[in-house]
Design a protein around this ligand. Structure first.
Ligand code: FRU
Length: 478
């Protein structure tokens, strides 16, 4: 076999070799984006965790860098975040160099094996060369475990109103907030979530950030849970509310999902001064992530997505939308009106690889779009008006037998009451990301030959507008 190179995404980040899970420590500084990630360089399944590293100027073309953090006597390097400490609150800065500080979980496997409770602690490391090399702080850990088995994934941001760092930490079945003046000394502020939200699994990888909507500030709290997602497996829920520098107060007790598909987990936003937060998630599901049919590498990240708030009446929600592609990644772009897939040949025939973005805009009606290949495999997705649900059917999309849950049909509710159906999707070799502005769905699949879009259920001359972007690979094909 080709060890999975034929499945390798062309516009999503994947490591050259070996196992990857959560995005970590994402930050932007001087126009360069840094992505760190849970990484095991010793194999293609989860193992002793390191922080792998990649950099990019546009969030699409990534260059893999040397491993940033290695396990040490305090344990494996689990998930966490990074901040640009502009005011040198940490004192790590030297000769005018701005320190970048990474805050992560040290997971002590020996403590875990010995049946201890306090084997996850928070530690820090700093970089004085803009994120390329790192020194661990001699005083680690900086936040000791009080005896909670799941105590991890610190996400830190500066809170301007109270002029302090806020850490959002996953603590078993809830979030605990901590504050610090210098990233080294932390004190507990409050807890949130024991009685709200989805609790089908342990809480992990949170994020807390503000968003403006109609002149008002809101705070969004992301919480990944595993298992317990809307299609089984791991998924990310969110709460919309307020944060006053001490406590998070939700507006309501609804359980909302950032992505209904099974393959978007542990995602958080990039630490940056830019106004609109950009989110990246791990594009897999803990149920089968270690068994997917790629061997040289395992897992990719989702595309970068902007997060904002939108409303329909009193109904507010976080809008997740893919970041625009840089024009250099778009090979052709056109709009088609009122045609059927029996019509213009461009969409089928010029697809060099399974790589494009399309947006359909039409009166609300059921629609199914089909991708096929010469092996008789297919991927079908769309919207079912009778149940008001989007769906992705990957049950015959090639290699599906590595896990019994993988071939299940994936569903998501349509949450807007707009009379216009908007279906925006991005197809890469082994992933589909689907958006309507209110609902998003991400699913991976493994055809044994490249898929092409070959049909849709839309009647001839139906008033649908297709906006098409044929894409160039963001990495050189293997
Ligand atoms: C989420 C997670 C985190 C943890 C990391 C370990 O996928 O379980 O909670 O820090 O992965 O690799």
């Amino acid at each position: 076999s080709d060890s999975g190179e034929a499945h390798r995404p062309m516009i999503h980040f994947s490591p050259e070799r070996h196992w990857m899970n959560d995005p970590n420590g994402m930050f932007e500084y001087k126009g360069v984006y840094h992505l760190f990630f849970q990484y095991y360089p010793g194999g293609n399944k989860w193992g002793p965790m390191h922080w792998g590293h990649a950099t990019s100027k546009d969030l699409f073309r990534w260059k893999e860098q040397p491993i940033a953090l290695y396990p040490d006597s305090l344990g494996y390097i689990f998930s966490g975040s990074a901040v640009v400490d502009k005011n040198n609150t940490s004192g790590f800065g030297k000769d005018g160099k701005v320190p970048i500080v990474a805050i992560f979980t040290h997971h002590d496997p020996k403590g875990a094996d010995a049946g201890k409770q306090d084997y996850q602690n928070q530690s820090i490391a700093y970089s004085l060369d803009e994120g390329m090399t790192w020194t661990k702080y001699a005083g680690n850990p900086v936040l000791k475990n009080p005896g909670i088995i799941d105590f991890r994934d610190p996400k830190v941001r500066w809170h301007e109103d109270t002029r302090q760092w806020i850490m959002t930490l996953a603590t078993k079945d809830r979030i605990t907030f901590f504050a610090s003046p210098d990233l080294k000394n932390w004190k507990k502020l409050s807890e949130f979530g024991e009685k709200v939200g989805a609790h089908g699994g342990v809480w992990e990888c949170p994020d807390l950030f503000p968003l403006r909507y109609k002149g008002k500030n809101y705070w969004v709290l992301l919480v990944s849970i595993n298992p317990g997602g809307p299609n089984g497996g791991s998924a990310t829920q969110y709460f919309l509310g307020d944060f006053n520098g001490k406590e998070f107060t939700p507006r309501d007790t609804l359980t909302r999902w950032l992505d209904y598909g099974p393959d978007n987990y542990a995602g958080v936003t990039i630490s940056s001064d830019k106004q609109t937060p950009v989110f990246i998630g791990w594009m897999s599901d803990w149920r089968y992530a270690q068994d997917v049919p790629t061997t040289r590498w395992r897992s990719a990240m989702t595309l970068p997505r902007t997060l904002s708030i939108q409303g329909e009446g009193n109904n507010l929600a976080v809008r997740t939308y893919p970041l625009d592609f840089p024009t250099s990644l778009i090979s052709t772009r056109y709009t088609l009106k009122n045609f059927t897939f029996g019509g213009p040949p461009d969409v089928y025939n010029t697809q060099k690889d399974s790589l494009l973005r399309m947006r359909l805009t039409m009166p609300v009606t059921s629609v199914a779009i089909q991708c096929t290949n010469g092996k008789g495999e297919k991927l079908v997705f769309g919207y079912d008006h009778s149940t008001n649900q989007y769906f992705i059917d990957r049950s015959e999309a090639g290699n599906t037998d590595f896990h019994p849950d993988f071939p299940k049909i994936i569903y998501a509710p349509r949450l807007t009451s707009s009379k216009t159906l908007e279906l925006d999707f991005i197809l890469d070799r082994s992933s589909l990301e689907l958006f309507d502005g209110w609902t998003s769905m991400t699913a991976i699949f493994f055809p044994t030959e490249t898929f092409r879009i070959t049909g849709s259920s839309i009647p001839y001359n139906f008033p649908v507008e297709w906006y098409v972007e044929m894409l160039n690979p963001a990495r050189s094909p293997a």
